[in-house]
Design a protein around this ligand. Structure first.
Ligand code: HPA
Length: 276
């Protein structure tokens, strides 16, 4: 078995530190159609993923911008990833987790993950926001395969409370304060790129999944291995196994609810800065 490292190239660390121009506590990974938070950031410095040595080389998927932005949101310097690499694009889980590894390497302590997801639980509707309480890793992959663990340690990373209870409470308070509805849910991560069959959606329901998507899990596992605290939001773009689902429809539902997600994330960053 090949041994792997969660480290990132020093050139990437230097490039991002330079773009940030100072310390940043929070990194945000923006999923399909959710890039707007980065577009609105002040004093933004963008770095295309293609210019980062360690970022996996994958072709563009519509709705995924493919760059990171160092910017100021709610007065806080933050690191925003516009788009991510997915396992269905043929990358290893270790490489799909690159945003988390890079964020940890530049000193970020909190990772906010966002994604577009299918609703598995029957009451969920397109446009609903879900606060991720836990996940099911059904991707058949793990970014820590081949990782020996931290120096002198073991690779067995605890995943209880991977989605930080305190940060979840803060996200909920923030949503309540803004009058934004927020459901709680378990995120099932699947390999994709095909959507789920109706039988698979029934299986996911019986396993306790509330939403389903093709991302997030690798970066959350890597973030936990690197000691970051994680909070996650899913934007429900469709009912899983919905009739006539297209990638374009997923993006359109994203556009409509992205504004709410953006307000929530920005207010969360502001509150987080206050309790730091
Ligand atoms: N399934 C998996 N991933 C998704 C879906 C879905 O229905 N919608 C958006 N991402």
């Amino acid at each position: 078995m090949m041994q792997v490292s969660l480290d990132v190239p020093q050139s990437d660390v230097a490039r991002v530190r330079d773009a940030l121009g100072g310390p940043a506590r929070v990194a945000v990974v923006l999923g399909s159609g959710l890039s707007g938070l980065a577009d609105d950031a002040a004093d933004a410095v963008a770095v295309p993923y293609a210019e980062l040595e360690g970022f996996p080389r994958v072709g563009a998927v519509a709705g995924h911008a493919g760059r990171l932005v160092a910017g100021t949101v709610a007065g806080e310097r933050v690191l925003l990833f516009q788009g991510r690499a997915h396992l269905y694009q043929g990358v290893r889980a270790l490489d799909a987790a690159y945003p988390a590894r890079l964020a940890a390497a530049v000193g970020c302590e909190v990772l906010v993950v966002t994604n577009a997801a299918g609703g598995v639980r029957e009451d969920l509707r397109p446009g609903d926001l879900v606060l991720i309480s836990d996940h099911l890793n059904l991707m058949g992959a793990n970014p820590l395969v081949g990782w020996p663990g931290p120096e002198g340690g073991f690779p067995f990373v605890p995943m209880r409370d991977a989605y930080d209870p305190e940060l979840r409470a803060l996200m909920r308070e923030t949503a309540d304060g803004l009058g934004i509805g927020l459901s709680d849910g378990v995120y099932a991560g699947l390999l994709g790129p095909s959507y789920e069959t109706p039988a698979e959606v029934r299986m996911l329901r019986s396993l306790g999944a509330d939403v389903v998507g093709m991302s997030t899990v690798p970066e959350v596992i890597a973030a936990r291995a690197l000691g970051m605290r994680v909070v996650g939001l899913s934007l429900v773009t469709n009912a899983a196994a919905g009739v006539g689902l297209s990638h374009e429809e997923v993006l359109e539902a994203g556009r409509q609810a992205a504004e709410r997600m953006k307000r929530l994330a920005s207010a969360f960053i502001e509150r987080l800065a206050r309790i730091a």
